[in-house]
Design a protein around this ligand. Structure first.
Ligand SMILES: [Zn+2]
Length: 408
């Protein structure tokens, strides 16, 4: 049995309560055992972290990332890299994501369950994970990475973000394959997207019947179907089909937000990726078609979030960072704060995300009995939510009771 005592902390527990100072948090092995207002004397043998008034808070959660999209163009990646190289780069992204303060993540398409297992077994450093496996996409859909000129292409590559499945039977079978391989969700591409070379964002992909098949297969094993979409049309079709979560949703309108609310569909906006690619896409070397669509989606991203907030949707936090954007996942909090305020943006990336990922009994807040996933931040995130962008301000990262970073 080992004890770590965080003393003299400003505790931002992310239950929604205001910060408390001074607070002491006692970790026994990998569990938060006691939280005391004021200071306590450490017991014999306890390791003490003197927080010096810095902010102690739960580890961040990214509800939409892509471990294996680390190059500027997804199709290029699968064509040029051997599987061993892809895995090694994925491991680097995992460790770097943890060092950005994310102790849990959902890979929204591309990574298989092996990464998750390796993290749990302590073979690799990284956030605890949930995975979608391959996203299901129709021919010419968002995860069909063939150029319009190609008949064959990278669609059969194991490390592709998606797998092409057309028609109800093929969708069912593809969903079952992903679930068989350990996917925590069935992810469908319900609209075009920015990274795909052959479609537009404001389209609808998959028929209602195909979507329902994906939803049924997820539901049959107690899981949910989540969907990539932008347009009101695609979001409404998802809601009608019983999809549990829509991602991105940049072209949201009021009427659609109310339908999502009525159907209990969760919304995970991903502002950070459109923002950084619009600003730095040329420097990052992303292809023209990708940049053009990123800019279109970026124009409406914040307005969509405002509409979602006003409609009272459950709003999570995802970065969807790809390529050279991977090191900047924490940008999402500052961007969301423009519509939600800093506290709600922080809660979206902690408490709300833990509820959306159904792991709130373990992580997402600093409460007695939860796992010790903790950050010590040199700054007050409620005054400056951009503090998360500066990883030097993250002085301690504890995950499952283990120090992953400690610079004091
Ligand atoms: Zn994505």
């Amino acid at each position: 049995m080992s004890f770590v005592v965080f003393k003299d902390a400003t505790l931002l527990d992310c239950t929604g309560s205001a910060p408390r100072y001074p607070a002491t948090v006692i970790v026994e092995d990998n569990v938060i055992r006691e939280i005391v207002d004021g200071g306590v004397l450490a017991g014999t043998g306890a390791e003490v972290v003197d927080c010096g008034g810095k902010t102690l808070m739960p580890g961040l959660i990214d509800a939409h990332m892509h471990l294996n999209l680390f190059q500027s163009e997804a199709a290029e990646q699968t064509r040029r890299n051997l599987p061993s190289m892809i895995v090694i780069q994925c491991l680097a992204v995992m460790e770097d994501t943890l060092m950005q303060g994310f102790t849990s993540i959902l890979d929204a398409g591309g990574a298989d369950a092996g990464f998750k297992t390796a993290q749990v077994r302590g073979l690799i450093k990284g956030p605890r994970m949930q995975v979608c496996g391959h996203s299901l996409t129709q021919t010419g859909g968002h995860a069909d990475m063939r150029l319009p000129t190609e008949i064959h292409g990278p669609i059969d590559h194991f490390f592709n973000v998606g797998v092409v499945a057309d028609g109800v039977d093929a969708v069912r079978r593809a969903a079952r394959e992903e679930l068989r391989m350990g996917a925590d969700y069935v992810k469908i591409m319900a609209a075009g997207g920015c990274a795909s070379p052959s479609d537009e964002c404001d389209t609808v992909q998959y028929s209602l019947e195909e979507m329902k098949a994906a939803v049924e297969e997820a539901d049959a094993v107690g899981k949910i179907c989540i969907a990539h979409c932008y347009s009101p049309r695609s979001m409404r079709r998802c809601a009608e089909a019983g999809v549990g979560r829509v991602e991105h949703g940049n072209f949201m309108d009021e009427e659609t937000a109310l339908i999502l609310k009525e159907k209990g569909v969760v919304y995970v906006p991903t502002l950070a990726t459109y923002d950084i690619m619009s600003r730095r896409g040329v420097e990052f070397g992303i292809p023209d078609y990708f940049l053009r669509k990123m800019k279109l989606a970026n124009e409406r991203a914040l307005e969509a979030l405002h509409i979602a907030v006003n409609a009272g949707l459950v709003i999570g936090s995802g970065s969807d960072m790809v390529g050279p954007g991977q090191p900047f996942k924490a940008n999402e909090l500052e961007l969301q704060s423009r519509a939600m305020g800093p506290m709600n943006a922080i809660l979206a990336a902690t408490k709300v995300n833990s509820e959306i990922l159904k792991v709130s009994e373990k992580v997402g807040t600093v409460e007695v009995g939860k796992l010790a996933d903790l950050l010590l931040i040199d700054g007050n995130p409620l005054d400056d939510v951009g503090v998360f962008r500066d990883r030097d301000k993250i002085k301690v990262i504890m995950q499952d009771g283990k120090f992953m970073k400690r610079v004091q």
